[in-house]
Design a binder for this molecule. Structure first.
Ligand SMILES: N[C@@H](CCC(=O)N[C@@H](CS)C(=O)NCC(=O)O)C(=O)O
Length: 332
């Protein structure tokens, strides 16, 4: 057992699965990528506590789930090369971006994937070939049609609706503008080697990039983002992390406009709505009203983020940056 590689059960269209795979590749941890199709369902169910991918099965035969805790656990087992920048501000911002990717980045990916016919069919057909291997022609169209109907009915789950669509889409376009400039001068978000934040944001943007509408938006916006999307499939150390001073001019707008003005106030309102058992919540994000059903999982990750902030030793250098970008109030 000890010499067995780790096994990652996932699919290419699952942003959290490819996030974990990219991490394993970067760390050069011996692993096997197993496409979770019908043939693997039984093995998957033996180890999975939740019906979610990715599932990592360790050489000791234990199942791990949930991409953020998986990476945290693996970081303990394989500390080098670390995915955490040395500069304290960069290190915390990287954690914030990782969370942003999982939560708001997932709204981008999921909303765009299931909002327009062209994207719905593109994803549904690709998923169909995984769920029904060997099926083609009309039979595949029927499988894809079923997947499409089911997923389109589930977009509310990430808060996507006719009312929230403009906010989700506007923040995506703005995110690309900011990242395009930021990545024009560096291979990864925090310099010349990948950080925690790269993995979280990338899983979502890589998936978005494989879809027609987002793929075109990314290609039109910036070659630097497309190059990063491709680079992150097999990330490598190309140099050192940069200090916050060097990153700040082009990364502060991301903190301010996307994290401080959208993600954190949304996450806070979501957690409050869950705590008070509300069916729906409404929150002002950058002056616009945003409404959705609360998402259960995200209240836990906000409280973990707040705990990381509370335990963060170098608050003297971190606080001015969080304060100036409108993030501090939501974390303390
Ligand atoms: N918080 C979890 C989210 C995992 C998740 O939502 N996975 C989706 C696919 S991206 C899933 O498994 N959905 C049900 C399914 O595909 O069977 C993580 O970070 O791993």
């Amino acid at each position: 057992m000890e010499n067995q590689p780790y096994r990652i059960f996932g699919v290419e269209l699952s942003p959290y699965s490819v996030k974990v795979r990219s991490y394993f590749r970067y760390k050069e941890i011996p692993h096997e990528w197993i496409v979770r199709g019908p043939a693997e369902m039984e093995t998957f169910q033996r180890y999975a506590k939740l019906p979610l991918i990715p599932l990592v099965v360790t050489p000791e035969d234990t199942g791990l789930q949930d991409s953020t805790p998986i990476i945290e656990e693996m970081e303990k087992r394989f500390p080098e090369p670390s995915i955490h920048p040395i500069d304290p501000v960069s290190r915390f911002v990287s954690t914030l971006i990782e969370e942003f990717g999982d939560e708001w980045g997932n709204k981008w990916m999921f909303h765009f994937r299931w909002a327009r016919e062209v994207d719905q069919w593109s994803a549904a057909r690709r998923l169909g070939t995984i769920m029904a291997p060997g099926v083609s022609g009309d039979a595949l169209e029927a499988v894809a049609g079923g997947i499409r109907d089911r997923m389109v009915d589930r977009v509310w789950f990430v808060g996507s609706s006719t009312e929230t669509a403009p906010i989700i889409e506007r923040t995506f376009v703005r995110g690309l503008e900011i990242l395009g400039e930021h990545l024009a001068n560096r291979p990864y978000l925090f310099g010349s080697r990948p950080a925690f934040g790269d993995f979280g944001l990338w899983g979502q943007l890589y998936n978005a990039w494989t879809d027609p509408t987002c793929g075109e938006l990314i290609r039109n916006q910036a070659p630097s983002i497309e190059a990063w999307v491709e680079r992150m499939l097999t990330p490598k150390i190309e140099g050192e992390f940069e200090d916050w001073d060097a990153l700040s001019p082009t990364l502060t707008p991301f903190l301010q406009e996307l994290i401080g003005a959208h993600f954190l106030p949304w996450s806070d309102a979501n957690a409050k709505a869950l705590a008070s058992h509300q069916e729906h919540f409404q929150v002002e994000l950058a002056g616009q009203s945003y409404e959705q059903k609360p998402q259960k999982y995200h209240a836990r990750s906000l409280s973990k983020l707040r705990q990381s902030y509370a335990e963060f030793p170098e608050k003297d250098v971190l606080n001015p940056v969080l304060e100036g970008s409108g993030c501090l109030a939501w974390l303390s």
